[in-house]
Write a protein that binds this ligand. Sequence first.
Ligand code: OGA
Ligand code: CA
Ligand code: FE2
Length: 535
Amino acid sequence: MQSSWSKRYSEQQTSDKLMVHHHIRSKMIEPQDCDDSDEHDEAVPLPTLPPMPRERVPLQKSNVCSRSYFMVVMVFFHVYIINVIALLLYVHYNNSPGDVLASPNRDEASGGSNHHKPPEFNQQQSDSGFQQDMYLPRLEGIRVGHVQKLSLVPGNVHEMRTLSLKPLLFEIPGFLSEEECRVVVQLAQLKGLMESQVMVPEGQEELTEQLNLSPEEIFNLLDLNQDGQLQLQEILTHSRVRDGIWLTPENLKEIYAGLKADPDGNGLLSLEEFRRLGSDAFQRFLQQRGVKSSQLVRNSRHTWLYQGQGAHQVLRDLKKRVARLTRLPSALVDLSEPLQVVRYEQGGHYHAHHDSGPVYPETACTHTRLAANTSTPFETSCRYITVLFYLNSVEGGGETAFPVADNRTYEEVSLIQNNVDLMDTRKNCDRSNLRVKPTKGTAVFWYNYLSDGQGWVGEQDEYSLHGGCVVTRGTKWVANNWINIDPDYQRQARYQQLVSQQGEEDEEEDEEEGEQPQSQPSPEQLQTADSHQEL
Ligand code: OGA
Ligand code: CA
Ligand code: FE2
């Protein structure tokens, strides 16, 4: 709302300026014409007399000149009035959407609390066409280094510092107490952690095979600069990850050498050389060579901790605090993924990735797939916000790196230059624009999506690219709280409706069976696969 208004306003202003400019020009020209006609109508003045005061002359006559003067004044007047009205409307709409749309929360907010009631989705409205009645508050970053005081826990004030605007990223020291960190780590250990990535997953059918593309077509797609040669970074930009294996420029050269793919050794593949390779040559080579866990996209273990009813108080408190921090309706936070606890051993890492996928019409969100009434060929996790907790202070390395935070531009190809891959967190964290040092109890949180300008989720924020740098000493414990929201408002609305209906039915059944009412969806229902979007 705000941006479309300001856009409209600035467009309006520009056209007004043009109009004014035009009239100023015509005004400047017209007196000249008037002078001509004046001189023509009047008796020829005596050359010796001082020139007549010009402005008095037109007033005495009703000719083209005075009429156009009148027009100019009137147009000026109207433009002025329109400008004033536009300004008033701009100020009005600039201030009000948050207040109007977020009105369900206003009472509580004015009562000094940030805790929001779950919003109501109006099913009738959403079924009969797009009618959005929910507004997602979004925190303001102001500028890098800006500090805001937060009241998240009674009797305790937290400071939240803006770390970057692209993505909108904040750091809150002491978000968790030492004791809370200890409990979360212990609960995770009790539950048991599993390998985050299995060594070499089943070879998946290549997407290009499914799409039935010819080698020429694939070559053309890969050849980003269209110079008829495939540079290393062109290959890596498209397929850094092969069956979960992270390719480096060095690996690729090794593969070329092993397969004799690049006889002249210049690191470039011509169409001919590319054709001779065959589509699964890289995979076969990698499989045969064997893979170490340090060569995978990530090298860590993790587990999931349910935070709903019946969960440990620390986990439930944490969830409530996250809702307060993000100012999002607790219904949305409740319906999100469980807490993911991650442990990196010395040597562990997680290469740069997006926690969430891009928004395409043919992509559905994992968390709302049950509510999607059309089937879509692709599925991705839709994590509007990532809240990352550091559960210990790491002895060496293990920073969270944001390679392109607040970069002027985002270009996928520029992520690899001169054989330096900015997404490689084992090698190039020191070149990242921003690194956050893991400190026990600190939380960082960021938005993986931009706003759509109307209070809902917009496009993916590509600048939210991040990864875990290699741990050089000790172990690293972190936890992720992801807040799932579908960029498709109606799908999210249907999903919430479905879950709340399910909750009601369960409650009825429970009452019949004389059990404890349970309105929360089960952890199995909530638990979604760790389907990070790897580039
Ligand atoms: C993640 C992640 C960063 C880190 O778990 O998705 O990006 O510093 N972690 O461990
Ligand atoms: Ca090329
Ligand atoms: Fe991540």
